[in-house]
Design a protein around this ligand. Structure first.
Ligand code: C2E
Ligand code: CA
Ligand code: CA
Ligand code: CA
Length: 277
């Protein structure tokens, strides 16, 4: 059997070599995953803390591998980035999300917004040959603000001219920009204003240990006050407990995302959740 062959092989190979081999195999498998329809997009609700209203979601990709089962994005996104496959995969995720937000603006909320993660590799890729996300939104009859592009702080430090041009093009199309994992990088909030960032997502690591009078609470409060002063809204990631939710709401945090509200779920589960809430 195939499983046996793999085990016998790993018996003779050092663990590191096996890990490298796994990467090569996954990179090969990624090539066919798109055409073979092995990807799915799940949606995790982003809750408005003051009202409990759900009119935003983050699109998160899942890979149902024919032999390995569900492979987490943490395992395959880096491989897709180094092999360049992320460009086509990211384009596919965007198209799924655009079709979904078009539907949900009609059925769930007229201002529904979907966030899509966009890798620095996608920003550095010269996409002048294909229709930009702004043009594709326009073709669907969607305003730019129906889409939020999630970027990481590292992208803002990239000096490649293409990156700056693409960020400007997103803004010109009315597409919103969200800064993911805030607090794990090096940028100051004042520096962010230069890039026209609309949302800050406080990283899960600051939310995880949120208790009254903690340093993490002081940090969250400072981020929220400064972001608001600069005209940005704040989303807290990884909200898992009622205490975290109420502390963030009291601190004036605009939105929350996390297992307390819902895990990433299918589009139809999402519709049920919103209709019940
Ligand atoms: P991210 O963008 O920071 O996404 C948030 C991650 O936190 C997701 O993991 C989500 O399932 C998880 N999460 C949400 N709420 C909670 C919570 O309350 N507790 C905990 N412990 N975790 C929570 P996921 O879906 O496994 O994605 C991991 C990363 O993979 C994402 O981190 C993102 O960097 C990347 N990724 C996912 N989908 C895409 C995509 O379509 N394109 C790109 N370029 N990257 C993606
Ligand atoms: Ca994200
Ligand atoms: Ca903007
Ligand atoms: Ca994040």
């Amino acid at each position: 059997a195939k499983g046996e062959g793999r085990n016998r092989f790993s018996f003779f190979t050092p663990a590191l070599q096996e890990a490298a081999l796994t990467r090569v195999r996954l990179a090969n498998d990624l090539r066919t995953a798109l055409v073979d329809n092995q990807f799915r997009v799940l949606y995790q609700p982003i809750i408005e803390l003051a009202t409990g209203s759900i009119h935003k979601a983050e699109a998160l990709i899942r890979w149902q591998h024919p032999k390995r089962g569900l492979v987490s994005p943490a395992a395959f996104i880096p491989i897709a980035e180094s092999s360049g496959m992320i460009v086509d995969i990211g384009e596919w995720v965007f198209q799924q999300a655009a079709a979904q937000v078009q539907k949900w603006r009609q059925t769930l909320h007229p201002e529904f917004q979907i966030s899509v993660n966009r890798s620095p590799v996608q920003f550095r890729h010269d996409d002048s040959g294909q229709a930009s996300w702004g043009m594709q939104m326009h073709a669907l009859g969607l305003p730019g603000e129906a889409l939020v592009v999630e970027i990481t702080e590292g992208l803002l430090l990239d000096t490649n001219a293409i990156v700056g041009e693409q960020l400007l093009a997103l803004g010109d199309a009315g597409i919103k920009v969200s800064l993911d994992d805030f607090g794990t990088g090096y940028s100051s909030l004042a520096y962010l204003q230069k890039f026209d960032i609309d949302y800050i997502k406080i990283d899960q690591s600051f939310v995880r240990h949120l208790i009254p009078e903690s340093t993490d609470l002081a940090l969250c409060k400072a981020i929220i006050v400064m972001a608001h002063a600069l005209g940005m809204q704040v989303i807290a990631e990884g909200v898992e407990t009622e205490q975290q939710r109420s502390l963030l709401a009291a601190a004036g945090c605009d939105y929350g995302q996390g297992y307390l509200f819902a895990r990433p779920i299918s589009a139809s589960e999402f519709e049920t959740l919103v209709k019940m809430s």
